[in-house]
Ligand binder design. Structure first.
Ligand code: MF3
Ligand code: CO
Length: 252
């Protein structure tokens, strides 16, 4: 069941989303060669607690950290730890913040130092595909319009659109209905209405869309071909004035 949100509830989600976005700005500043993903996680948790907010993922089905830190061929759910970032890496930082019982969810893929031009293009196209999806999030459109727009754009560059993980509704729960795939048929699926709040999150692979979760920690998902993956996400509200991004920072 899709829970529609009032204007007041959307402001609560926006307040959570602002902390999420500010924390990701901090992550962009800190993600330099030599820092470990564990240090990024610690700095992120300190920042959001200083805002009177909480890391939504920590403890979620036993997840041990504040951020998901997915490096290079890691698609999602990379667990922060002793891994040191090095020049040429890319890192996707996925963060959900709980402020006053409402969640804000956003992800950015950050280049570390000097990154190969082809990989920079993957990052740029993945971010642009998110905005293609957001553009479709208007009352009267269908859920399939969002996925179709993301997929058509990403596939026009020959990239693989991950099927096994999808976006979601969000509010007082981190994951609510509906599922928001990054692929689909225009004009199909749930009718979009004012008051829906969605986390749209394309995960785009340089090569095959196939992913595997075959490592010992039970979480981290990697591309099957070992090629890099990028991931961008915003929490957005569907309003009569069109889509509104709720995970924007105070300043970049
Ligand atoms: N941010 C992820 C999402 O968009 C959730 C990861 S939190 C974890 O669904 F606990 F599941 F790792
Ligand atoms: Co999400």
């Amino acid at each position: 069941m899709i829970i529609l949100k009032s204007k007041r509830e959307i402001e609560y989600i926006r307040a959570a989303g602002r902390i999420t976005a500010n924390a990701l700005v901090l992550m962009k500043k800190l993600a330099k060669p030599g820092i470990t993903t564990g240090e990024l996680d610690q700095r992120c948790e300190e920042y959001i607690r200083s805002c009177g907010a909480f890391p939504s993922c920590k403890g979620y089905y036993g997840y041990p950290a504040t951020i998901c830190a997915s490096v290079n061929d890691e698609v999602v759910h990379g667990i922060p730890g002793r891994r040191k970032l090095k020049d040429g890496d890319i890192i996707s930082v996925d963060l959900v913040v709980n402020k006053d019982g409402y969640h804000g969810d956003s992800t950015v893929t950050i280049p570390v130092g000097h990154v190969d031009a082809a990989v920079m293009q993957l990052i740029k196209v993945t971010e642009a595909s998110l905005y293609k999806g957001i553009e479709q999030a208007v009352p009267g459109n269908y859920l399939g319009d969002i996925g179709h727009a993301v997929q058509a754009y990403a596939e026009s560059f020959g990239y693989g659109v991950v099927r096994d993980y999808v976006g979601h509704g969000i509010g007082t729960d981190m994951h609510e209905d509906p599922e928001v795939p990054n692929y689909g048929l225009a004009g199909h699926g749930e009718l979009l209405e004012s008051g829906m709040v969605l986390a749209i999150e394309p995960m785009i692979n340089m090569g095959t869309e196939k992913v595997v979760q075959n490592n010992k920690n039970g979480w981290t998902v990697v591309t099957r071909d070992g090629k890099p993956a990028a991931h961008f996400e915003h929490t957005i509200a569907i309003t009569d004035n069109g889509p509104e991004i709720l995970t924007l920072p105070d300043e970049e």
